[in-house]
Design a protein. Structure first.
Lengths: 339, 296
């Protein structure tokens, strides 16, 4: 693995500010992440935890109310926040591509498939219509569309859902990007098609050396697809590290709760554990740890003081007082005292 | 590993065939419009007389089927002895040219401004929409007369005036459509893929609003033709020797009281047929094109 990460976010914060500036929603709060070329990062969290805002921040495509208020985004050695809008446009689709939440609706109903798959090539590389068309055929083939020569001149309504999805994938990789961000790309698909699509994405990633950011709330997909995992809660990354180690020994109570809520075939649990309570209102967060009100292991300190992001292992961090050396011991004694 | 894709068989019949077989196709209106268009194109061949030259000796001849009429002037003659049929035939040309070019002019200006205002939003939107509001607050006909008084009546000016008066209707409708289109996922995908605003407006938004613009265009054709006739009737439209239908009605209006009905009624029928046909075609297109767009 090369020493220089492909993408590193350093203390990135994106806030939504209401028009009078009265309400500030910290959708992404002090996020530090890094991803190496060819690596796969899964970002997991509940709805409203800031996953999608994080993805849009990377592409600098935020809605007007949102601002990146701090931090740096280093991509291939350059800070994306220093780029002009025009330079940013050359990055989008060319070096960083994205697959949207609803790929079913992502195709323009009035244009042929070839036209749309070839569009980024024409926009970014100034390719001619004919050569973009040829590349489109090759791309359809690489996303395993049967008889790409005929499919390429057909229209979106002539395709099944799974095919449209793969076509959107083909658009994503059309300019050989270095990084592909997939924002819940399988939520609108049924399970068999989902599995096919995930396999395809993984194969494409290997063939093209893509780095992949996979945004999902499905930990099963993370286990299958990703080597790194970041768990988000209330705009912050509460735990991150290699998937296998997080799955075998989650450090943050929230991660533990998420893992506990997955049903398994080999399960002899009678009940799935649900996480009690509601995700917090991001505009009025509690003073301490945002997860403390729902946390079964919270100690007094959690409600007063927000925990720092601590390194708990090689390449692993967590934002929890219980992970801070020394605190666990005190907490244990406190709990035993209560008992 | 192999991926098997279930073959998707299209159940809908191919679009062109279904398009024409649809129930409710307004055959009669389309035939009327086609006839008027053909008459306009071949006016020189079809008209029995020169529409601008008459003979005072032959003034106020009634149509052929009435007492005193003759087969020489099938639909009679006017107050300076010009053949009414020939004037109606050449009038079709004026109405078609003025109607279609004015609709195209208004349509392209309005569509472009509607797309720009709807897609860019912000100050561009504010400017275009406030101008549109102000424009729509003015009574269309009064505004047109005012403009005609400034630039003077001529066929070209009439086209310009009608375009200037009616572009706002396009801007409004198209902007609304663009506002919903720009939230659609395929537009967002184009943004994510790095397309510039110009490319998105031109390639992704415009083709999706063309249907609406065409429907609105057919409906506006009727409005524009009536306005042109009204302007000509009021004397600020197509200048006199040219045979415009509105102008013919204006010229004939004194004759109405003394029984020269054909001078006003016949051009009136022509205007009515053309406007009604355009509206029926527009209505059908609206129903036909809209759901198809949504289905896709």
């Amino acid at each position: 693995m090369s020493s220089q990460p492909l993408l590193s976010l350093e203390n990135l914060s994106t806030h939504y500010v209401s028009q009078q500036g009265a309400r500030v929603v910290r959708a992404v709060d002090d996020v530090t992440l890094s991803l190496h070329a060819g690596g796969t990062l899964g970002i997991v969290g509940e709805s409203g935890s800031g996953k999608s805002t994080l993805a849009l921040s990377i592409l600098r495509l935020l809605p007007p109310a949102a601002r990146i208020v701090g931090g740096r985004m280093i991509f291939e050695g350059e800070n994306l926040l220093d780029k002009s809008d025009t330079e940013m446009r050359r990055v989008r689709g060319k070096r960083i591509a994205m697959i949207l939440q609803d790929p079913m609706a992502s195709l323009n109903p009035l244009f042929s498939i070839g036209n749309q798959v070839g569009e980024p090539i024409r926009v970014h590389e100034g390719a001619s219509r004919a050569s973009a068309w040829e590349r489109a055929v090759a791309l359809l083939k690489s996303v395993r569309i049967a008889s790409p020569e005929t499919r390429v001149s057909q229209f979106p309504h002539e395709m099944s859902g799974g095919m449209r999805q793969r076509i959107v994938g083909a658009i994503g990789i059309s300019c050989e990007p270095r990084l592909l961000i997939a924002d819940e790309p399988t939520t609108s698909l049924d399970l068999t098609i989902q599995a096919q699509y995930l396999n395809l994405l993984r194969d494409l990633q290997r063939e093209h050396g893509l780095a992949l950011i996979f945004i999902t709330h499905n930990l099963g997909i993370v286990a299958k697809m990703c080597d790194q995992l970041a768990v988000m809660y209330a705009g912050q990354v509460v735990e991150q590290g290699p998937v296998s180690r997080i799955f075998s020994a989650p450090a943050h109570p929230y991660t533990r709760a998420l893992l506990g809520s997955i049903p398994r075939m080999t399960d002899n649990r009678q009940h799935l554990t649900a996480i009690e309570g509601q995700p917090p209102d991001l505009s009025s967060l509690p003073p301490g740890c945002a997860f403390a009100p729902r946390c079964p292991m919270a100690i007094a300190r959690c409600r007063v003081e927000a925990p720092p992001e601590v390194a708990i292992d090689e390449g692993r961090t967590a934002r929890c007082w219980l992970a801070v050396p020394g605190v666990e011991a005190t907490a244990a004694t406190m709990r035993s005292n209560v008992a | 590993m192999t991926v098997t894709t279930p073959p998707i068989v299209a159940t809908e019949p191919s679009p062109p065939a279904a398009f024409w077989r649809t129930q409710g196709f307004p055959l009669v209106p389309v035939l009327i419009l086609l006839t008027i268009a053909l008459v306009a194109v071949f006016a020189d061949v079809l008209a029995p007389y020169d529409p601008q030259i008459g003979s005072l000796a032959l003034r106020y001849r009634p149509p052929a089927w009435q007492e005193g009429g003759s087969m020489a002037h099938l639909l009679g003659t006017d107050h300076v002895g010009r053949d009414v049929l020939s004037r109606l035939i050449f009038g079709a040309r004026v109405s078609m040219i003025v109607g279609i070019t004015a609709v195209l002019f208004a349509g392209s200006v309005g569509t472009v401004l509607g797309i720009v205002s709807g897609y860019l939003g912000g100050w561009a939107d504010q400017v275009v929409m406030r101008v549109t509001d102000a424009w729509l607050a003015l009574p269309a006909l009064t505004f047109a007369i005012f403009l005609a008084a400034i630039v003077g009546p001529s066929e070209l000016n009439i086209i310009f005036i009608l375009g200037l008066v009616y572009w706002t209707r396009y801007a409004r409708v198209i902007r609304g459509e663009v506002l919903s289109l720009k939230q659609r996922e395929f537009v967002r995908l184009a943004i994510v893929a790095g397309c510039s605003k110009r490319v998105i407006m031109w390639r992704h938004i415009l083709p999706n609003v063309i249907n609406s613009a065409v429907v609105l265009g057919t409906l506006m054709l009727g409005v524009v033709i009536v306005t042109e006739a009204a302007l000509s009737f009021l004397g600020v439209g197509v200048p006199p020797p040219k045979p415009a239908w509105g102008l013919m009605m204006a010229d004939g209006k004194q004759g109405l009281m003394v029984g020269h009905w054909w001078l006003t009624v016949l051009p009136g029928i022509c205007i009515m047929l053309m406007v009604l046909s355009a509206n029926l075609l527009g209505d059908w297109l609206r129903v036909k094109l809209d759901p198809q767009l949504r289905q896709l």
